[in-house]
Ligand binder design. Structure first.
Ligand SMILES: Cc1cc2nc3c(=O)[nH]c(=O)nc-3n(C[C@H](O)[C@H](O)[C@H](O)COP(=O)(O)OP(=O)(O)OC[C@H]3O[C@@H](n4cnc5c(N)ncnc54)[C@H](O)[C@@H]3O)c2cc1C
Length: 465
């Protein structure tokens, strides 16, 4: 348990200053806020919505769109000026995970149709992974958000605190405080969705958060670590390179995964194959680095600086060889907090393909837990994400979407990829709208009706084939 006393905890939470400090392994229970906390500190007019979605990434955007389509008045709050999350600010521009359904399928079809990087004149056949430019994501996602008249997008406005009142045996999140143009603005809604990728909204609300690895015995997982550890997956500095000279080929011995046209590992191509390529955009997993505490902005900044320093020589080599390099603005952080919910998904669920009655999203991907040795050829099956994993313990008025939902580190390493985050987002947004419009708690919605709604949108089609 943490070293903070209750008073300083409450003070910190109310101002939001503990956002970074609340994380690793602290497992703080929700605290009762003092009366003065309920007084408005809003400089700008207080705004009221049905649903607030924090984070416009692969989890948050589908959540906002589905909530809006269900008739809810939605605030979509993003700290960056551009929407998109990891594909845009970390250059994670490949969509992994299955099933490809619903909004992620539609997005991918649009990406392929209008923003494909494959040069059909080159005669090379597409194979392997596809990637798209971050700007393609910005354009399409902005347009898709704009189409929804029920969404108010607030960008460049980080959430710096939450409003929480004690209700019954649970704390209720009633809204968020955003930093807007040098001042605070308060937004209220019966349901808020934490789709921040870091779980910072839940942490600021006093929810129980998980960080790092559990021991295998904690959840009876068949693989993993004997002892719990605070280590999280490595962070990676992604980049994109682009031919600026016609004769450019990668320097001899150039290492670092790369995919041209989003299809083939360039480091696996022969010199001749590279020369035959007509297009010249390459996607790279660059330098990776361990970060002890991914909630700490100082450590993240230092890690990014280290990655850039370590790669400086390679960037120079690439430039001399005739390539321009576009470096992702943010270091790629794979893992941060997970918000403990009514159910914790485990490696067993991923391996067995469990489908609980309250399954609201399908997921299939291997356990891609960087830095942890797992048995090779471990097969995973399509599994169900239960609605309970989206509901933070001891808290009302709050749901989670994207990679922050409740699961062990191993389960998270499977469901953290973008198509699955999107499927989860659609479920969270639909559920939030149901709760808000029917004036019920997030636990009291008709889950069968939620599942039926998602089914009607094709979210469960993969298992029907
Ligand atoms: C290096 C790396 C490589 C990866 N490779 C792949 C891959 O190839 N394919 C794949 O599918 N997945 C990959 N992933 C995983 C995937 O990109 C992420 O897990 C996924 O983007 C998570 O989506 P999300 O919506 O939960 O969070 P995010 O994408 O992180 O989006 C969260 C959004 O919330 C915003 N936000 C955060 N805090 C606040 C706040 N306080 N106020 C307002 N806004 C806030 C952020 O700015 C961001 O836009 C990779 C991840 C990394 C880091």
């Amino acid at each position: 348990m943490c070293a903070l006393d209750r008073r300083s905890f409450i003070k910190g939470v109310s101002s939001g200053i503990l956002a970074g400090a609340l994380a690793p392994g602290m497992n703080l229970m929700a605290a009762t806020p003092p009366a003065e906390r309920r007084k408005s500190v809003s400089f700008y007019p207080v705004l009221n919505f049905d649903v607030i979605v924090v984070g416009a990434g692969p989890g948050g955007i589908p959540a906002a769109i589905r909530a809006a389509q269900a008739g809810a008045k939605v605030a979509l709050v993003e700290e960056d000026l551009a929407v998109g999350g990891a594909p845009v600010d970390m250059y994670v521009t490949t969509l992994f995970g299955q099933p490809s359904v619903g909004l992620s399928k539609a997005l991918e079809q649009e990406l392929l149709r209008d923003h494909g990087l494959y040069n059909y004149e080159s005669g090379t056949k597409p194979k392997g992974w596809r990637f798209f430019l971050p700007s393609a994501y910005v354009r399409l996602l902005s347009r898709n958000i704009r189409k929804e008249k029920n969404i108010t997008l607030l960008s460049g406005t980080p959430v710096i605190g939450t409003m929480v009142v004690d209700k019954g045996n649970r704390n209720r999140v009633t809204g968020v405080r955003i930093y807007r143009n040098g001042h605070i603005q308060e937004l209220y809604a019966p349901v808020t969705i934490d789709a921040t990728g870091t779980g910072v909204v839940a942490a600021m609300s006093g929810c129980v958060c998980m960080y790092g690895s559990e021991a295998m015995s904690d959840f009876g997982e068949p693989v993993g670590l004997e002892k719990a550890s605070r280590a999280v997956q490595l962070c990676t500095q992604m980049f994109i390179s682009e031919r600026i000279r016609k004769d450019a080929i990668f320097p001899a011995g150039f290492k670092g995964s790369a995919a041209e046209d989003g299809y083939i590992g360039a480091n696996r191509l022969t010199k001749e194959e590279l020369e035959r390529r007509a297009t010249g955009i390459f996607f790279h997993w660059g330098q990776s680095v361990a970060v002890e505490d991914t909630t700490d902005p100082v450590q993240i900044a230092e890690a990014q600086r280290d990655c850039l320093e370590k790669y400086e020589e390679r960037f120079d080599q690439l430039h001399e060889a005739g390539f321009a390099v576009h470096i992702a603005p943010k270091l790629g952080v794979r893992e941060c907090r997970r918000v403990k919910g009514e159910y914790v998904l485990t490696a067993n669920n991923v391996l067995e393909g469990s489908m609980p009655d309250d399954t609201v999203a399908h997921a299939h991907y291997y356990m891609d837990c960087w830095g942890m040795k797992l048995p090779k050829n471990m097969k995973t099956k399509m599994y169900g994400i239960p609605y309970r994993s989206l509901i933070p313990l001891n808290t009302e008025g709050l749901l989670t979407a994207g990679r922050v939902i409740s699961g062990t580190r191993l389960a998270h390493s499977s469901y953290r990829v973008q198509r699955i985050c999107s499927n989860i987002g659609e479920a969270a947004g639909t559920a939030a709208a149901m709760a808000a419009l029917n004036k019920t708690g997030v636990r009291d919605i008709d889950v069968k009706a939620l599942v039926a709604d998602l089914d009607s949108k094709g979210l469960f089609d993969a298992l029907k084939k």
